[in-house]
Design a binder for this molecule. Structure first.
Ligand SMILES: Nc1ncnc2c1ncn2[C@@H]1O[C@H](COP(=O)(O)OP(=O)(O)OP(=O)(O)O)[C@@H](O)[C@H]1O
Ligand SMILES: [Mg+2]
Length: 278
């Protein structure tokens, strides 16, 4: 379980996090949604012990991350935003280094590596050099690496950035499977569909502050069910309706061209922050 209380973080002249309060329950899949520079990575870096917190407190399963202890680090695994595998080493060697860092002994480590490579469907890639893996396989290897020491919380910082739609869906299925096996998952994204599809609850983050926390369904229901996009001279206007019939009547009553679609999480984000996520 993750508990964040009055967390602040300032870099020189940028206040990256402003009074963030949040609780994520055991087994929950929680998404942090926000535009570039919102403070998503900063939050994950603090929670995983990679950056110091400014003020406030953060606990992982009751362990204070503020003192960056071995115990608090053991609680979690991290898949960072940018690929940080050793390109010149094999899949097996990359996992071995991580297992050694966590002081896993050789029999335990090797058994866990085989188990996890099967889990992420990479059992046939054990000896492949990382530089010869596709982007999707590199992400899956990073997920396997993060799970190697059996953490109960997994942090995923933009887990599908730069991947095509089909590969992205495979990663989503893997993330769901990890949650179903009992792991708490905290992910950041600026892909709306990713948060909408995966998350039990979502926090909208804007300029270091949490704007709202709720389930994707509840956030979308605030807007209505149907959205009508209307291209104006220099901007897009969107109208919201609960009833499809009403939306169609609006289209019939006006000459302009409209696009009717279902409300999505971006509509809720836009209405609460005045800006788009991506
Ligand atoms: N090491 C650092 N030194 C100075 N400023 C930083 C540092 N890391 C982050 N920042 C600043 O803190 C703010 C939050 O950055 P952060 O990387 O947490 O955002 P993000 O939500 O992860 O963005 P992105 O979607 O681009 O990954 C930004 O204004 C950023 O420029
Ligand atoms: Mg980031």
């Amino acid at each position: 379980m993750i508990r964040i209380q009055n967390l602040n973080k300032t870099y020189k002249n940028v206040q990256a996090l402003k009074n963030v309060n949040l609780e994520v329950s055991k087994g929950e899949l929680f998404a942090f949604l926000g535009p570039n520079g919102a403070g998503k990575t900063t939050t994950i870096r603090i929670l995983t012990g990679l950056a110091k917190l400014g003020s406030g407190a953060a606990l992982l399963n009751g362990f204070d991350v503020g003192n960056r202890s071995v115990e608090s680090r053991r609680q979690c695994g991290l898949v960072p935003q940018s690929i940080n595998l050793d390109r010149e080493l094999s899949v097996f060697e990359n996992l071995t280094i991580h297992g050694k860092l966590f002081r896993m002994d050789k029999p335990e480590r090797n058994a866990r590596i085989d188990e996890l490579l099967d889990y992420v469907e990479m059992g046939d890639r054990k000896e492949t050099l990382v530089k010869n893996l596709s982007g999707g396989l590199k992400r899956r290897l990073m997920i396997a690496r993060a799970l190697l020491h059996s953490p109960s919380i997994l942090f995923l910082d933009e887990p599908t950035v730069g991947l095509d739609a089909a590969i992205r869906r495979k990663i989503w299925a893997l993330i769901k499977k990890i949650q179903q096996h009992g792991t708490t998952i905290f992910l950041t994204t600026h892909y709306i569909e990713e948060a909408e599809f995966l998350a039990d609850r979502v926090a909208f983050l804007d300029k270091g502050s949490i704007v709202v926390v709720d389930t994707p369904e509840a956030l979308m229901n605030r807007m209505g069910t149907w959205a009508l996009d209307h291209l104006k001279e220099d901007d897009m206007e969107t109208l919201y309706f609960n009833d499809r019939k009403e939306a169609n009547e609006h289209i019939a009553a006006h000459k302009d061209s409209f696009t009717l679609r279902r409300v999505n999480l971006e509509d809720a984000f836009l209405s609460l922050t005045g800006k788009k996520v991506s």
